[in-house]
Design a protein around this ligand. Sequence first.
Ligand SMILES: [Zn+2]
Length: 360
Amino acid sequence: METDGESSSSLKQIPYYKKIVGTRFAIDAFNYEESPEITYYLLSHFHYDHYIGLNANFTGNILTSPITGRLIVDRIGVKTNHVIMVDIHQPIVIDGVTVVLIDAFHCPGSVMFLFILPDGKRILHTGDFRASPEMEKNNFLTEKPIDHIYLDTTYCHPDYNFPKQGETLQMVIDLTLEYLAKEPKLLIVCGAYTIGKEKVFKCLCETLCMNLWVPSSKLQVLLSMNDPVIQQHLVLDKDDAQIHVLPMTDINHEFLRGYLRGCRDRFTSILAFKPSGWQNNEDSSSAIVPAIQDNVYIYGIPYSEHSSYSELERFIKFFKPRMITPTVFHSDSKFRVMMLRSIAQWKSTYLQNGDQQSSA
Ligand SMILES: [Zn+2]
């Protein structure tokens, strides 16, 4: 879920959870009243609910990753002189604040922002992220304690546990091999949004050595990723590819039956994957059952680009921030209560233990 609770058409003031305390920076805040106190607008990634409000006439300063920067220039028409593209792990000093971009493991180009203020205070804004043990080995994150984390709380509820991405990708490969053994004239279809879920079809074309076709809306995004594996397998003619990427809304039996009829010279069945973060709340992938009609097999797979509850817990208990500011607020009040309760519980474990080192 990419909601932030702001849906009014009249412009509101930038909310507190999008402003970094002690700086003049705002994160993913283009759909708000202009604020003279903000000097830099940071964009964490190219998902619509994060860049909403940004258009070709924007004249402020945007700081973002090179992939996201190229996308807002090419697809939205933002002038290049307003975009500062900063590579991951290349610290930049702005207004006396050191800013470091760190891979958020969310979608291509997605980053977390680490801020080191002149007084030494360290603040991390995760943007949308999938917490990973790799982050615990990142020198920028670990060299000193992080005082304050602005946290992606999309799945901050104990019900939301799902397999690790690697487990899901392995399941996709295993299933595909199983189907291919029975039906060699199999078309493999992956549902995707404009940006995101790329790892599913990337691992398929790499492991199976198959060509990949994507719709034009996705092509520009993939090219801006500069990914050698994808570039090696990508073809422009769909007749040359056995793996097709389609919009997520097209992953249904009615559409796919028609799609199969359209390419029946080459294919006799379709195996489709519909990745979703909350398809399945089980830890085990064995609970996944396909929806089958005629020769179209659709698997909803638990593939999330946000952190699961247990990943969030591990992340917070590892970094032990004194302050945590949630950045995603669900409309369901029970969810919100559980989110706040969880955060309070996690903090109490390390604050009681006295693990948190004092900030500067
Ligand atoms: Zn996102």
